[in-house]
Write a protein of this length. Sequence first.
Length: 156
Amino acid sequence: MRIGHGYDVHAFADNRKLILGGVEIPHNRGLAGHSDADVLLHAVCDALLGAAAMGDIGKHFPDTADEFENIDSRILLRHVVNLLKEKSYSVVNLDCTVIAQKPKLSEFIEMMRLNIAQDLETDLESVNVKATTTEKLGFTGRCEGIAAEAVVLISL
């Protein structure tokens, strides 16, 4: 068994959709990034790559590569899952936290879990997604952006 941790941050940006866990969230701003800026899925990708000692998301999907511009992060996640499958790894469980003062995410959590479980090719019961605020402290508390963390356990 191997453990991986992922962390990602994206600033808010005007004229962008807010995508978290592959779900479009109604909000007046999205997140800045080369891809769709799905901070949650980026943290999940980094956790998986870390657990398998395969680098990080920037190594596999550089923000200088045109083919990744505005790409759906679920495509990136599926690619990472295939990389792990090539090494015979499978996901035991995943626990994620989205850190955002706004918007409130509780009504979207189950769809995020479903998307992630589907992309990981694992049971829904193996995927947990939580959301929290920072009680108006820090950049997330000032609504400057969103952060996400993920911890994953994989096995052969």
